[in-house]
Structure formats: C-alpha cells, structure tokens
Design a protein around this ligand. Structure first.
Ligand SMILES: Nc1nc2c(c(=O)[nH]1)N[C@H]1C(S)=C(S)[C@@H](COP(=O)(O)O)O[C@H]1N2
Ligand SMILES: [Mo]
Length: 522
C-alpha cells in the first residue's frame, strides 16, 4: 500500500463513518418521531431560503426539492467526513483527534439545530434523541475508523521505499471497522423502510372515516370526458399535488391530537378528534389550488372531503366583534391567516378529516386540515392543524405573508390544455383537444379555444359538479399539417373573462393564458 492509497482509505473511512452516523440517526428519528438532524438543518435552510429561490425550487423541482435538499446536506456531510478521514490517514494521534473533533463538531451542529426545531409532534427528549444518537455514532465511528492510522509512522521526508510501504497502517482493523460500519448503516437505513411505515400506518388506521350526515350531492354523469390524457375529475390521493415546507411528514397520533379554538371568542374550545367528528359532518367536492402554480402548472387537484363546517365551530365558540381573521397553526408551528369572512359567508369551509373516502393521507394533513373553497392553499388549507385562533389581520403575520406573499388571495380563474401535450406530434385530420378550467366559488361558464392566431371558438363543457370544482372541456377541430399553437381561456360564472395579463405566482397567483405548441404530421 502506498501513502496515497492509505490516505484514500482514510477518505473512504471518514465518509463511511459519517454515513453510518446519518443512517443510524435516521433510524432513531423514525423510532422516536423526532427530527433527523439533517431535517432540522434542512428546515432552517428552507426557512431562510429567499422567496425567489424557494419559488424556483417549487417550480423546477416540485416535491422532489425536499429530497434534493436532504441529499445535498448528506453529501456535504459525507465530504467533510471524508476530508477528516483523509487527514487522519496521514497518520498520527494528533490528526486522529482532529478527525474525531470534526465528527463531534458536525454532530453538535445537528444537535443545536434539533434543539431549535419547532415541532409539537414529539416530546423534548424524543426530539433530541436522534441528534444525540447521530452525535455519539459519529464520534465513535470516526474514532474506530481512524484508529487504524493512529500508529502510522509520521515521516518528515520519506524515502521512496517508505512512501511505497508506510508502516503502522492497520489494514485489517481498517477493513473490519469500515465494513462493520457500512453494514450497520445500511441495516439501520433499511430498518426505517419497514418499521415506521408500519407504526405510521397503524396510527392512521386507528381513525375510522365517519359517515357524514350531509352527503355530497351525486356527481353528475358527464363531469369526466372520455379523452385519453385528461386529468381524472377526482384526483386519486397518491397523485394529489403536495406543497408544504416539511422534509419529514408529521405522523400525529390521532388519540393525542387536540385542537384549541381560542382568541377573540366567548368560549374557548378544546376538541379531541372524537369530539370533533361528533359534530355535524358534511361531504363536499372541492378543488384545491396552490398559489405557486404557474400558468398551465400541476399544483391543482380535486377531492371529495368530509369535515366539520368551520362556521359551526365558530358559532359554538362565539366570535367577538372586531375579529377579521383566523390564524391557524400546524403541528410544526407554521401559521396561515384566513379571512374570517371566507369562513362564515356560507361556503363549505371545513376542518377536513377525510379525503376521497380515506383518512387524510399523512402528506395531506392527517388527522385534520382546513379546506376552504375559493382561496389558495397557503391562506386556507392548513395541514396537521392544531391551533385555531380568532384574531385580526393587523395583529399577526403568517408564514407565507412574511415571505412576500399577499395576506389575502382568492383563486384566480384559470384554464389548462392537457391534450395535446406540448411538443406532441399529431396526425392530420379530425382531432380533439381537452383540459380543465377552474374558478372556485364562481364556477366556469364558458371555455374558448383558439388555434394559432385564429378566432376564439367555444369549447364543449363537461357537466359541472359544483362551483367549487374544476370543470373539464373538449374541443373538436381539424388538424392541418404544420406547427400549431392552441390557447385556452375561461369565463367564470359571473361572466368575467379570464385575464390574459401575465402575472408571476408571487404575490397572489399567476395569470395569463395557457397554450401548447405541437406538430401535426401530414
Ligand atoms: N402545515 C402546513 N399546511 C399547509 C402548507 C404547509 O406548508 N404547511 N402549505 C399550504 C399550501 S401552500 C398549499 S397549496 C396546500 C397544499 O395542500 P396539499 O399538499 O394537500 O395539496 O397546503 C397548505 N397547507
Ligand atoms: Mo400553495
């Protein structure tokens, strides 16, 4: 072995030590429900990320932005671990101490972030255990790995022969330690793929979807057009878009969940999940939309929800004069501000407990979330809801509003071409285009389509379920060879035409007309 290969061994060993610590920390996090230190750091990164960068990440990376963030943090840690090991690989006890010190330093950073990680999901001890575990394993693993280099001779100016065969590198010990750590890390990581899923699923299974007193009206036949490639009228839960700030989805025990309704009310309410579903339940089809959806973008979905009307709860608590907002808080401390008027004007604003016949998926807010027709999610759709405070807009600012988004944001009328797809190739002759349009609270009354710079022509509307859901449309036309552009626009139930003015999602939702460009073959 050459000096160089011993150093490379150090690099590998350091990285494996860091990897084992991360993997075992991940396992401890899965068991305790506390944050993985990587996520505690990541949460802070998300919090301090400037708005435009965050918008870019949501737009370009979608839900995988979180995976990418996690991987990036891990890569940085593996590289630092590797550098520490490489240093130790130069031999000597002093360098070994430095390597172990670096591991301890990184572990302490993770610990510090975990201390300040906001989550009511687990107790203080559970919250810190993953960080403590990671720290201990990091120090121990780095120590064990670098012990192989401890007595390697330090030579000021080695002869070529000594360079070829550095003395004192305990190769056997190195191989055994590194393999053992790699196996332990892989085993810890794999265990999380089995363990928490089971524990988590059991939590969700504890909750039985209640039968609503007030069922959703039957969806008219014909809400769904028969065109391959169009969205389902009901978005299946696993396909429902997800937008939130969390790296690890909270898994709340429904038996421990409690909601506090307080603030400017006559009577404060504290409700368990059983108390909540004991009240009048309604079932409704409602389309959710995210404010960060670009024109033609994917952050929209339609589901059948069951929940308790928020107006009922507010009436029970007795809203005091002067209040104009509700500040709702999720289990991780994120806050959302909603106009009180939108919760009391007769629309079906609910605390939802079921989505498409199932308990809410963990990703979508189990056990309880808000759903308010007509408002973008970031001002209305609080997931993992735990606190509901009646207040005034002037007395607080919510998470997203602190980051440059508007405090109030009704959903803008929008329409989307789904068929044909952009850059598709079609055959000449009779063709069908199709898509969806939405204008929650107002409904969609008309959709028009234009081919290239031609006249606006009426599309055929599918049946309307209600004014709070999206509506499908189709358009028959004769495709002629060449490149074409198909543009769509909708008119809402109040006769208001969708604006063609371009607006970026920030601060209160994108606008402009969606089009697709494609080729028609002769
Ligand atoms: N706790 C919490 N609730 C949240 C968010 C969040 O980041 N945290 N994001 C909101 C946003 S921006 C939207 S668009 C909707 C998305 O809901 P979904 O992920 O179920 O589709 O949830 C809202 N509720
Ligand atoms: Mo959103």
């Amino acid at each position: 072995m050459t000096t160089r290969s011993v150093r490379l061994a150090g690099l590998l060993g350091g990285a494996v030590a860091a990897g084992a610590a991360l993997a075992i920390g991940y396992l401890v996090a899965a068991i305790t429900g506390g944050p993985w230190p990587v996520d505690a750091v990541g949460a802070r990164v998300i919090n301090i990320t400037p708005g435009p960068v965050k918008d870019w990440a949501v737009r370009e990376l979608g839900t995988s932005d979180k995976t990418i963030l996690r991987i990036s943090i891990c890569v940085v840690l593996l590289v630092i671990g590797g550098i520490a090991g490489w240093k130790a690989g130069q031999g000597g006890r002093g360098r070994q101490r430095i390597a172990v010190g670096i591991a301890a330093g990184l572990g302490l950073v993770g610990f510090a972030f975990s201390v300040f990680y906001r989550s009511a999901a687990s107790g203080f001890a559970d919250r810190l255990l993953p960080a403590v575990g990671t720290l201990l394993i990091a120090v121990l693993a780095m120590y064990l790995v670098t012990r192989a280099f401890e007595s390697k001779k330090l030579l000021e100016s080695p002869t070529p022969r000594e360079k070829e065969q550095p003395e004192g590198f305990d190769r056997r010990r190195f191989l055994v330690t590194v393999s053992a750590l790699a196996v332990a890390g892989a085993a810890g990581w794999s265990a999380t793929k089995v363990l928490p899923v089971r524990a988590g699923a059991a939590l969700r299974d504890k909750f039985r979807v209640p039968v609503p007193a007030d069922r959703a009206p039957a969806v008219p036949a014909g809400v769904q057009v028969d065109v391959p490639g169009i969205s389902n009228f009901v978005t299946p839960n696993p396909k429902f878009y997800r937008v939130d700030t969390l790296l690890e989805v909270p898994r709340i025990d429904p038996d421990k969940w409690e909601l506090r309704i307080h603030g400017m009310v006559d009577k404060e309410l504290r409700l368990s999940l059983a108390d909540l579903v004991d009240r009048r339940l309604i079932e409704r089809d409602i389309t959710l939309t995210c404010v960060s959806n670009e024109v033609g973008g994917p952050y929209v979905g339609n589901a059948r929800w069951i929940g308790v009307p928020i107006a009922d709860l507010l009436a029970e608590a007795g809203v005091r004069g002067g209040a104009d907002a509700v500040k709702s808080t999720s289990v991780d401390g994120l806050t959302i501000g909603t106009p009180l008027a939108a919760l009391t004007d007769g629309r079906d604003a609910i605390l939802a407990v079921a989505m498409n016949g199932e308990p809410l998926p963990f990703e979508h807010g189990f056990p309880v979330r808000m759903v308010v027709p007509g408002l973008y999610g970031y001002v209305s759709a609080t997931k993992w809801l735990v606190d509901f405070e009646v207040t005034r807009f002037q007395d607080f600012s919510a998470y997203w509003t602190d980051r440059g988004w508007a405090a109030e944001a009704p959903i803008k009328t929008a329409s989307r071409v789904e068929v044909p797809k952009g850059f598709a190739t079609l055959k000449a002759g009779p063709a069908v285009a199709a898509g969806v349009a939405w204008a929650q609270r107002r409904g969609v009354k008309k959709v028009e389509v234009r081919v290239d710079e031609g006249e606006w022509q009426p599309a055929k509307l599918a049946a309307e379920a209600n004014i709070d859901t999206w509506r499908q449309w189709t358009f028959q036309w004769n495709a002629t060879p060449g490149m074409h552009r198909l543009t769509v626009r909708a008119t809402d139930g109040e006769g208001q035409l969708q604006t063609s003015d371009l607006a970026a999602p920030r601060p209160n939702g994108s606008s402009g007309l969606h089009d697709v460009v494609f080729t028609v073959d002769a």
